[in-house]
Every structure is written in C-alpha cells, then in structure tokens.
Unconditional design. Structure first.
Length: 226
C-alpha cells in the first residue's frame, strides 16, 4: 500500500489487479509505503480503516486522504490465480509456497476446490475482491474503485491529485492460457462471486465507483444484477 499525505491519496493494492504498475507510477510521490509479505502489501479496506486511517488522520489532520483501488473482472481474476500458481517455480517441493502449486490440476479441479465447503487446500484459499474492498458491515470501505479495463481512470485520478500527467505502464502481464470450465461449475462460481460481479458491473459501466457520490452499500447501486 502507498500513501501520499502531500497529494492526498492512499492506494490499496488488491492482488492480481495491476497493482505493480500503479505502484511503480506513484512511488516517488508517496511518503508512506507498506511493502513485504502479501498481508502487508495488500492490506484490505477493513485493516486500513481500522488501523492505518486513524493514524494519518491524527498525525496529518490537514491531509484529505482519498483511498482508491482497482478491480478486475471477477471470473478472470480467479482464472489469473490459477494461471499464476501453475508457474514452474512452485513445482519444486522445496519452494516455500509449493503447497499453492496448481500445475497438476485441471481448471475444473481448481474451481471445485475453491468452491468446496469447509477447510480448503492452500492453493484454493482465496478471498474475493468484494472482501478486499468492503468493511465488516458489508459497506464498501474504499473511496474510489476503478476497473482494470479502464486504467485511464486511474491515470486521470492521479493526474488530478498530483498536478501532472501520470501514465500507468503495463507490468507483470500474465501469460495467456486458454481455460474451459464446466457449465455447472461456472454457474456455482458466478453465484459465489455474485457480489463481485454486481460491483464490477457498476464500476465498469461508467467512471468507476465514487463513495462520495454513490454511497457505500452495494444494494443501493444500480448494478443491473437484479
């Protein structure tokens, strides 16, 4: 996560959502940076709201910090995790994250485990993007949520904040891998991700989600999901 108290923004970088590209574009403008393991780098809205926001509100009360994050098409987001965990490095039994290796599984097998009730295997222990942007109350806890398909919105937001043109480069683009999913599994997956799908439908149809304009409840948004 990156914060600029000077320019008034906090980037909550959701995993597998172009976070590396955005971070590389804003790093020199940020005076607070959280890096390290995934739990630190990818802290979610709940942790940020409860632990980080009160600190910079107390220490820099003059800074009007607006948080922003990116969201990826939900089914593609899940597929990207499968592709990412098929990489050769994880095949090595001595790799510290070997238990997340999916190269020996079909995509159907991966999704079946992801949707399994109860304790799932390590490679399938994934939250949802809605989990990342929401608070324990179910409210959306980030000021701006923009789709990765409209990266220009991020450039415009940052350019307005910083006062100069900010370009977002393409980094860490995952290799293409054609994937097919059983129709019944896809139906179950869509049901599991229904909040993600509804929110993404909203953020991708216009200029993204703006909490000040749209409120913070998914059911209040015109998602077209009903």
């Amino acid at each position: 996560m990156q914060i600029s108290t000077r320019y008034g923004f906090a980037f909550l970088c959701a995993p597998k959502c172009a976070s590396t590209a955005v971070e590389s574009s804003i790093r020199k403008y940020c005076n607070i940076s959280f890096s390290g393991g995934p739990a630190i780098r990818h802290m979610n809205a709940r942790f940020y709201t409860a632990n980080i926001m009160p600190v910079h509100q107390a220490l820099a009360p003059q800074a009007n910090i607006e948080s922003f994050s990116l969201m990826r098409e939900p089914l593609e987001w899940i597929a990207s995790w499968y592709r990412y965990r098929t990489r050769a490095a994880l095949r090595d039994p001595t790799h510290p994250n070997h238990e997340n290796y999916t190269g020996h599984l079909s995509y159907d097998e991966f999704i079946s485990e992801y949707l399994a009730p109860g304790e799932r295997q390590s490679f399938a222990k994934l939250p949802t993007q809605f989990d990342f942007v929401s608070l324990s109350s179910g409210a959306i806890g980030i000021d701006h949520v923009m789709p990765t398909s409209k990266i220009r919105l991020v450039s415009e937001f940052l350019s307005n904040k910083i006062g100069r043109k900010i370009k977002i480069p393409r980094k860490n683009v995952s290799p293409k891998m054609p994937l097919e999913l059983d129709a019944t599994l896809e139906h179950r997956l869509r049901e599991h991700l229904r909040r993600d799908i509804a929110l993404y439908a909203f953020v991708s149809q216009g200029e993204g989600f703006n909490r000040a304009c749209h409120g913070d409840r998914l059911e209040d948004l015109d998602t077209g999901a009903g």
